[in-house]
Design a protein around this ligand. Structure first.
Ligand SMILES: [Zn+2]
Length: 232
């Protein structure tokens, strides 16, 4: 393995939790104003109209007025705390944007026996998924993993570098295998088994099952050294 510096252009994020939350609030405010005359007139008194709700700050203002009206300062504080939580939720990148930019950045280093793996401390998704840990060109030369969801900060856990390295290593083996054309693995303890969530990911070992190891060896044309951690 070789670590080499390449200037990768980081694309713009595609999902913003605050924007999504504002869109939901905007929709329910509009619905409420249509169906509830008292709510509509209360908001109009506060200077909120259907048209002005296009602006994000007006949506927030309207919700704050409603919170205060219904539950006083407590409800207002709760609303503000909820907004802060959305603001702290990481933005999400489309992992295919990241993969494409990686491909562009490493084009001049390409060789038939060289595989490129990008690793970023970001959160990502693909298509309609809520999140994704990594992706790879099947039988290709490029893979991308994003490890923001493995970090202690993201999960409100105590800092633990070893845990972060293990989580990242498992995802690296998984994505690297796809890049080599090794089939998806269904042995639950194998590092490459598909996890539905982080606890399933944590439950896997950091080593490969026999089938995956053979797949890696065939694709790379080398014998991999077995360690005592490896599965039989
Ligand atoms: Zn396996």
């Amino acid at each position: 393995m070789l670590l080499q510096y390449a200037d990768v252009n980081v694309p713009h994020f595609k999902r913003d939790p605050v924007k999504r939350h504002l869109a939901d609030m905007r929709a329910s405010l509009r619905k409420g104003m249509k169906e509830d005359i008292r709510l509509a007139s209360f908001l109009r008194q506060k200077g909120v109209t259907e048209t002005s709700l296009q602006q994000d700050d007006v949506v927030v203002k309207a919700c704050r007025h409603i919170s205060f009206q219904s539950g006083g300062t407590n409800a207002l504080a709760q609303f503000d705390a909820g907004m802060r939580q959305f603001e702290q939720t990481p933005k999400q990148w489309d992992i295919n944007d990241l993969l494409n930019n990686l491909k562009t950045a490493v084009r001049s280093f390409r060789k038939s026996n060289v595989y490129f793996m990008g690793i970023a401390n970001l959160d990502s998704f693909a298509d309609q998924s809520n999140f994704i840990f990594g992706t790879a060109e099947n039988n290709g030369h490029h893979a991308m993993i994003t490890y923001r969801r493995f970090t202690a900060d993201f999960n409100g856990e105590n800092q633990n570098r070893e845990r972060l390295v293990e989580r990242t290593l498992k995802q690296t083996l998984s994505s690297f295998g796809f890049m080599l054309g090794v089939q998806r693995c269904s042995t639950p303890t194998c590092a490459r088994a598909y996890p539905h969530n982080l606890s399933e990911h944590d439950a896997k070992s950091t080593s490969l099952c026999t089938a995956c190891r053979i797949g890696f060896e065939q694709a790379l044309g080398v014998a991999m050294k077995k360690t005592e951690k490896d599965q039989q």
